[in-house]
Ligand binder design. Structure first.
Ligand code: SF4
Length: 468
């Protein structure tokens, strides 16, 4: 899998997903549960706006000094006995990881949840080499079995209910138990334990790397990550090039916001700090450690008009409040990054050709701006994408034509007056019971749930003229 997850059109995806009742019910339930928990945690912590401002400043500082911190990080990782690889593109990153796997003659790789490895399409590359890749995060494991894709950046299988999950387990692994989360989790745990012991390589993401110490910080709720990063002889951590913090002090602040914003918890169950491979005299940890730092389009945003999006800490809070995401689910976006963050980030990383519809998948309600723990102005960035596409001339023909006609009428008062008079007369004669005479296309979509208003009585222009 890579950034783009679908070959069908945005409209066709929307049509499919909007009729997916199980997904819509599951997303609403999750949004409400996580939203309520998040609010409780925010209130309990207190001074939330000050925390957000601090986090924003930390992330901004990192971006302004990214070259220095990346240099410091790579020096530290090397001093700790690890290896660092800077990957310009997704292919650079997957080629490097593939080479390590070949050198190690790896047969099995166990992964913990990582968005950046989805972004670079790592599983496909390794599987093409005949290497078995096991996703060890519970949600990702279920999706891998089902041949499905994540639809949320923190809760990948949010779109599935427990009955659908039971069916996947039954069909793929012969599960005969109940559709209860506890029983199904125990069953998967039993299946996957052996994989951790047999894996040649463990691959993880990286929530934050600490430049001062060369440590990789990983937060999870399932404990799978600790097994994936310590049992196999080789650990490869893959990180987006912006996911840094200067010291543990800043990570402390970012994690305080991350757990609360992501799942409405004070802290995630497991907070893991890994600093290089196992040293002489140590009893556990990998013999070999690699940190792959991925650019893959991020430097296009750095220092430019979309720089703010690089502050993102991938908490998913913007998805959890988004009314559009609530209706259409994550798969509609056709990117591994859905929701408001995905609508801004995907066109930057993947280009307008594949993701030009996403900046319009938004009502500009700005709910995402309010919850983002690092104060990213997501709605303004979506508007920036829209104006950029207008500048580049890649908006739909119908839209271009409508805007041209609107501009023409607005610049010529007589034309506007005549147009309004004709429009008012036609609408009062032709619109009956809230329906247009020709009920097709956008008009029919609109009138499915709403009345089309017709003009009635005197025009404002006349009313005003008669009173002045
Ligand atoms: S944009 Fe903000 S709210 Fe959305 S995932 Fe990133 S940090 Fe979280």
């Amino acid at each position: 899998m890579s950034l783009k997850t679908s070959e069908i059109s945005f409209k066709a995806r929307l049509h499919d997903e909007i009729h997916n009742d199980v997904m819509r019910k599951a997303v609403v339930m999750a949004q409400e549960r996580i939203g309520a928990n998040r609010q409780k945690m925010v209130d309990e912590l207190g001074h939330w706006e000050e925390w957000r401002e601090q986090a924003k400043q930390i992330r901004e500082h990192i971006l302004q000094n990214l070259d220095a911190y990346l240099y410091q990080l790579s020096e530290k990782v090397t001093q700790n006995g690890g290896n660092v690889y800077f990957a310009n593109t997704a292919e650079d990153a997957t080629d490097y990881i593939k080479k390590i796997a070949q050198q190690k003659q790896a047969k099995k790789v166990v992964k913990s949840k990582s968005m950046v490895t989805e972004e670079i399409g790592l599983n496909k590359v390794l599987e093409a080499e005949g290497i078995q890749v096991i996703e060890s995060d519970l949600g990702e494991y279920i999706l891998q079995l089902a041949g499905d894709k994540p639809s949320h950046i923190v809760v990948p299988a949010i779109h599935k209910d427990r009955h659908q999950i039971r069916k996947v387990l039954q069909d793929k692994l012969g599960y005969q138990g109940e559709a209860t989360p506890e029983e199904m989790t125990l069953f998967i745990r039993g299946k996957i334990r052996q994989d951790f012991l047999e894996a040649d390589i463990g691959i993880s993401g990286c929530n934050f790397a600490v430049a001062e110490t060369g440590s990789v910080c990983l937060v999870t709720n399932e404990g799978n990550l600790r097994l994936a990063t310590t049992l196999p002889k080789t650990h490869i951590a893959v990180m987006g090039m912006d996911r840094l913090a200067p010291t543990f002090k800043e990570v402390d602040i970012l994690i305080t916001l991350l757990a609360r914003s992501a799942v409405g918890a004070r802290l995630t169950s497991y907070n893991t700090w890994l600093t290089g491979p196992r040293l002489v005299g140590e009893t556990d940890g990998p013999e070999d450690f690699h940190l792959v730092i991925v650019d893959n389009g991020r430097s296009k945003a750095l220092g430019g008009e979309f720089n703010d999006i690089l502050r993102c800490i991938r908490c998913g809070a913007c998805l959890n409040v988004c009314p559009a995401y609530r209706q259409i689910g994550g798969h509609s976006y056709g990117s591994i990054y859905p929701g408001p963050i995905g609508s801004v980030l995907s066109p930057i990383l993947g280009g307008y050709e594949d993701f030009k519809d996403l900046p319009y998948a938004c009502s500009l309600c700005t709910a995402c701006n309010q919850v983002c723990p690092v104060k990213i102005p997501l709605a303004s960035l979506l508007l920036k994408h829209r104006s950029k596409m207008v500048e580049l001339g890649i908006t739909p023909t119908l839209e271009k034509l409508s805007v041209k006609m609107f501009t023409l009428a607005n610049n010529h008062p007589t034309l506007w007056k005549v147009g309004m008079n004709i429009g008012a007369k036609l609408s009062s004669k032709m619109i009956k019971n809230g329906k247009a005479p020709i009920n097709i296309g956008a008009v029919s979509e609109w009138t499915k749930a709403r009345d089309l208003p017709s003009s009635e009585g005197e025009s404002f222009r006349n009313w005003f003229k008669n009173r002045t």
